[in-house]
Write a protein that binds this ligand. Structure first.
Ligand SMILES: [Zn+2]
Length: 235
């Protein structure tokens, strides 16, 4: 590959299309699919672009958009013109640093608490793969310092990268924390803050045990348990 020769990968095609739409303009998912033949890769490629500083709003961050609409806020590194990303987190974090972060975080996802190779309470067949994530996103100026890095499972990392909402303020988060219902729930949140991660609790553990029972036993158990729960609510 010679200098300036831009390989027209699906990532480059997505960048080409979005830059042709231009900053301040909208496009729909269908229009993007038409422009990129290999559309199975489109969501991943948009995440890649966000890592390269492209700001593309979806309906989750911009309520004025319809679910299939996107708004181009800012073009980032022009990979469609052969520009190269300077730093894009994951790929530039070396082995020794990765191991140090994984070890510091106890080889658990800092967001959902799943262990490396462990299964998810809601998807027991899926094995967690740990990666390194940025607490303050690279697109928002986050650095590759240890204090800005944490172990994340691939699933949480994908969700976090999809979410381009800027971080909330101290006051917002404190008021959310104070508004959590019961004292018991507040104590649970505080224990997560102290542990710096979401630690599995009794509820999740028992739910996982319940999920593994045969179906008829799950239903029987649920019925027996519901009498106790509903009884205690009424009483
Ligand atoms: Zn996770």
């Amino acid at each position: 590959m010679t200098q300036g020769d831009v390989r027209r990968s699906s990532k480059v095609l997505v960048a080409e299309y979005i830059s042709s739409v231009g900053e301040g303009n909208k496009f729909t998912k269908l229009e993007l699919y038409k422009a990129v033949p290999d559309f199975s890769q489109v969501d991943r490629r948009m995440r890649d672009l966000r890592e390269c500083g492209w700001v593309i709003d979806n309906y989750k961050v911009n309520p004025s958009l319809k679910p299939d609409e996107y708004l181009v806020q800012k073009l980032g590194v022009r990979i469609d013109l052969g520009e190269r990303p300077i730093s894009s987190g994951r790929r530039t974090i070396g082995g020794a640093k990765r191991r140090r972060i994984f070890e510091r975080d106890g080889n658990l996802c800092s967001i959902c608490g799943v262990s490396a190779g462990g299964s998810y309470p809601d998807a027991p067949d899926r094995r967690a793969v740990l990666t390194i994530g940025h607490i303050h996103a690279v697109a928002h100026g986050g650095l590759d310092d240890d204090s800005n890095l944490r172990a994340e499972c691939q699933r949480c990392n994908d969700e976090a990268r999809d979410n381009t909402t800027p971080p909330l303020s101290y006051e917002n988060v404190l008021s959310h924390a104070r508004n959590i219902g019961s004292k018991k729930e507040k104590a649970r949140l505080l224990s997560w803050m102290i542990a710096q991660r979401r630690t599995p609790d009794d509820v999740e553990r028992v739910f996982l045990e319940w999920r593994q029972l045969p179906r008829d036993q799950r239903e029987r158990l649920m019925a027996a348990f519901s009498t106790q729960v509903l009884g205690s609510v009424e009483g």
